[in-house]
Write a protein that binds this ligand. Structure first.
Ligand SMILES: NC(=O)c1ccc[n+]([C@@H]2O[C@H](COP(=O)([O-])OP(=O)(O)OC[C@H]3O[C@@H](n4cnc5c(N)ncnc54)[C@H](OP(=O)(O)O)[C@@H]3O)[C@@H](O)[C@H]2O)c1
Length: 402
């Protein structure tokens, strides 16, 4: 009998009985090696590398403890043991996590109604690998910077399957903006937009996390881009990223402006707001126009998750214009994901893509630092105050030893 002790952080974190090996006689005069596994101690299952990492024994994470679209009442901050990665997993120390409008759809249980609380919150993170299993060590090592788009990101440490992560040049929040928000715009416009040079594209919530990318990709496709937003500051930002006609709907009448300035209609709408803005967008479509349903944030805080639309007349409106409404949900387009991310990373490296990050500098309580500030960050977004992608810094940089 022998035992294996795997060291973690200088402490004997794992004490595992390997297997009992002894010789027995079969009665046929042949001695064979009999193996009686006490615990499955295959090398791959129990190899874990934490070399150089300084990992505490406990950490904080955000857990959905009851289903509600009210994020503050649904989610609580808990202190739990740092999880251990399995054979194919990485233990990632999150540096930045992204806030998404759908964080409250998730806390309301709208993603998978069969999943009951408690469950972990947060969709995306970027950070350093601080521990990993044997299979994962074929492609990653302690110290690598990785980003991922997977549940359970609102934690100081997350265990993520190695196959779900992408290696990043640095743990910068700008890289995080492309993972979900950028990818949504890139793939949705490419697959469902059918953009043609010279067409007019309307982007709603244009200065937000995904809107900013839709503006830039539509512009790169040679389109005339119109973007809605709720402040002059956002309108100014939209100009800087190539939006031809930012419309601050708080100071201008959106419907009247679209009617007056785009009498031929809008060819493609990248629509994130829903309710009345969806109706207005349908009414503004040109012949053969395409409206891509990206989301309907105006309804997420309601019990149903939706604001009413005038659906009854929709078939007639679409038919009269040979127009279409197309839904897009990123998880259905994962086969396009790596290619899209690679293209965006190249554009960013060449300085041809703006990845605007909102870290809460303008929030009255200051920058979003620490998991506690995820609550403020969600409120900031829902107050329509964010300019760019809302990002929370989970852990400020500490020196070298990870
Ligand atoms: N389909 C997918 O796979 C997918 C993936 C990612 C995101 N999305 C969707 O994309 C949309 C934007 O998400 P995001 O995470 O990138 O958020 P975001 O755009 O960074 O922030 C939300 C923005 O929505 C605007 N907004 C308009 N009406 C609002 C209302 N009633 N309440 C709150 N905000 C309102 C606000 O901008 P203004 O004040 O300037 O209008 C606000 O800043 C959401 O609908 C989300 O569900 C979909």
């Amino acid at each position: 009998m022998y035992r294996t002790v795997l060291q973690r952080n200088g402490r004997s974190a794992f004490l595992v009985l390997n297997e009992y090996c002894g010789r027995s006689n079969t009665g046929l005069g042949v001695n064979v090696l009999s193996r009686r596994t006490i615990i499955d101690l295959s090398y791959s299952t129990h190899f874990m590398d934490f070399k150089g990492s300084s990992i505490p024994s406990s950490m904080k994470k955000l857990v959905v403890t009851k289903l509600s679209q009210n994020f503050r009442s649904a989610v609580s901050l808990q202190t739990v043991p740092v999880p251990t990665p399995g054979d194919g997993d990485l233990l990632v120390r999150n540096r930045f996590v992204g806030i998404n409008a759908s964080d409250i759809n998730y806390s309301a249980g709208r993603y998978d109604p069969s999943v009951k609380p408690p469950f972990d919150a947060g969709f995306e993170g970027i950070g350093e690998v601080v521990g990993l299993g044997l299979s994962a060590s074929a492609h990653f090592t302690v110290g690598d910077t990785v980003a991922y788009f997977s549940e359970g990101a609102f934690a100081e440490y997350s265990v993520i399957p190695a196959k779900k992560v992408v290696t990043m040049p640095a743990a910068k929040p700008e890289y995080l903006t492309m993972l979900l928000s950028g990818a949504t715009a890139h793939i949705a416009l490419r697959r469902l937009g059918d953009l043609r040079e010279g067409e007019t594209v309307l982007v709603t919530a244009a200065a937000g996390g995904t809107g900013q990318f839709a503006v830039q990709f539509a512009k790169k496709a040679g389109c005339h881009v119109v973007g809605t937003c709720s402040s002059d500051e956002k309108a100014g930002f939209l100009k800087t990223i190539g939006c031809d006609r930012p419309i601050n709907y708080k100071s201008e009448d959106l419907a009247a402006t679209l009617r007056k300035e785009y009498p031929q209609g809008i060819d493609v709408v990248y629509e994130s707001v829903g309710g009345g803005i969806f109706d207005l967008s349908v009414n503004s479509l040109a012949n053969k126009g395409r409206l891509i349903v990206i989301g309907f944030i105006s309804g997420y805080k309601s019990a149903s998750g939706l604001q009413p639309i005038t659906g009854g007349t929709l078939p007639a409106k679409l038919l009269k214009k040979s127009a279409s409404v197309r839904g897009f949900f990123l998880p259905h387009f994962l086969s396009d994901y790596r290619e899209s991310l690679t293209e965006m990373m190249k554009l960013f490296a060449k300085g041809q893509l703006v990845c605007e990050v909102d870290r809460g500098d303008m929030d009255p309580e200051g920058r979003f630092v620490g998991l506690e500030s995820v609550f403020r960050a969600v409120d900031h977004m829902y107050a329509g105050k964010n300019l760019g992608k809302v990002v929370v810094e989970v852990a400020p940089v500490v020196d070298s030893k990870l």
